[in-house]
Design a protein around this ligand. Structure first.
Ligand code: ADP
Ligand code: MG
Length: 350
């Protein structure tokens, strides 16, 4: 991905005065790399991840355990810094923020919801007091604070539970309070890392619905990490991370069937993502079924596609026939000459 625009606002975390175009993406990750070093061992948690999230988008992020989802969320949440690459949130270059500016970013620009709702909450405060707490810490007081806290509890469907303590709320209700707490300081971006991981499927559904309501009501950009493949039905788009890179993207498409009464329905289509260098990830099960290991043969097809064929790894040297064809082609094109010299070099090395 090429980022031609490099919007920076590293002086401070400004909110109202950050003048960015409405069509400006909320999140841009460009070739993001995160390496964790434990003693001599290096773990590549993100390996050149590219991602653009539209303003007001409700995005699902799926991937196997250890694929780098939380690492990405922590970077976007300002809890961790990448090892290489670039990342912008709402036009702000997170790499160039000072520690103090990153602190301010965490407090005012992003809201975080964890898997355990209770992690965001203070047990001996009631729901309303929990939602008010971040506002109190930010220096807000009085009626405005109370009104906003009540509005948020109402928005997550918990207005009538406002006086309940943590122990008097169900897991799903605790998670709703946690969402309201995350929104207390009016963030632009809401990050939820496996928010339904500990909930049954019905409660999970109601949490997804809450995210959708908030997305519609406030135009909030929301990123939800989930291990639940059915999340595709509840969000605008799902991206799948594999080995620290974006592998596929599932988009919803509206289809209208012709007929006496035209019917509208939705289909989900999973597309493989190509990175800026033209690389793509082939699903493991495809590799296993085709026996593809470290080399393939690419062929242009007549209908304008590209075919990936397995090659026999032991004999990936060209056949006499292919060599003959390349020899005659070599007189005409430079590309054929370079293919030919590569093949010859390979033959000589054997
Ligand atoms: P996910 O959330 O998709 O399960 P993570 O982002 O938590 O994956 O982890 C990605 C990889 O980075 C894993 O191999 C994990 O073990 C490693 N990792 C994550 N956090 C740390 C850390 N603080 N120190 C060392 N390795 C880490
Ligand atoms: Mg995780």
């Amino acid at each position: 991905m090429t980022v031609t625009e490099t919007p920076t606002d590293d002086a401070a975390v400004s909110t109202a005065e950050t003048a960015v175009a409405p069509d400006h993406p909320m999140v841009v990750c460009d070739n993001l790399v995160k390496i964790y070093k434990i003693a001599e061992l290096e773990v590549f948690a993100l390996q050149g991840l590219d991602l653009v999230v539209r303003r007001g988008e409700l995005l699902g992020i799926v991937g196997a355990s250890g694929s780098g989802k939380s690492t990405l969320m922590n970077i976007l949440g300002g809890l961790d810094r990448p090892s290489a690459g670039r990342v912008w949130v709402d036009g702000m270059d997170l790499l160039n923020l000072t520690d103090a500016a990153l602190d301010a970013y965490r407090r005012s620009m992003v809201g975080f919801v964890w898997q355990q709702g209770a992690r965001n909450l203070i047990p001996y405060l009631n729901a309303l007091e929990n939602v008010e707490l971040p506002m109190t810490l930010a220096g807000q007081a009085g009626r405005e604070k109370r009104e906003r806290a009540l509005e948020l509890l109402e928005a997550v469907g918990l207005a009538e539970r406002r006086g309940h303590r943590l122990s008097e709320l169900s897991g799903g209700e605790q998670q709703r309070v946690a969402i309201a707490v995350a929104l207390a300081n009016n963030p632009r971006l809401l990050l939820a890392d496996e928010p339904t991981g500990e909930l049954d499927s019905n409660t999970a559904l109601s949490i997804y619905k809450t995210f959708r309501d908030l997305n519609t009501r406030y135009g909030l950009t929301i990123l939800i990490v989930s291990h639940d493949a059915t999340i595709a039905r509840h969000v605008d788009r799902v991206v799948a991370i594999r080995d620290g890179k974006l592998a596929t993207e599932t988009v919803r498409q509206k289809v209208t069937s012709a007929g006496e009464q035209s019917q509208h329905s939705e289909i989900l289509e999973e597309l493989t993502v190509l990175d800026s260098a033209g690389r793509l990830q082939i699903p493991k099960e495809y590799l296993e079924r085709t026996g593809i290991k470290s080399r393939v043969r690419l062929e242009m097809t007549e209908d304008g596609g590209i075919l990936i064929r397995p090659v026999n790894e032991q004999q990936h040297a060209p056949t006499a026939e292919a060599l003959g064809a390349a020899l005659s082609e070599a007189q005409r094109t430079r590309r054929a000459r370079s293919t030919l010299s590569r093949w010859l070099a390979r033959l000589i090395r054997r």
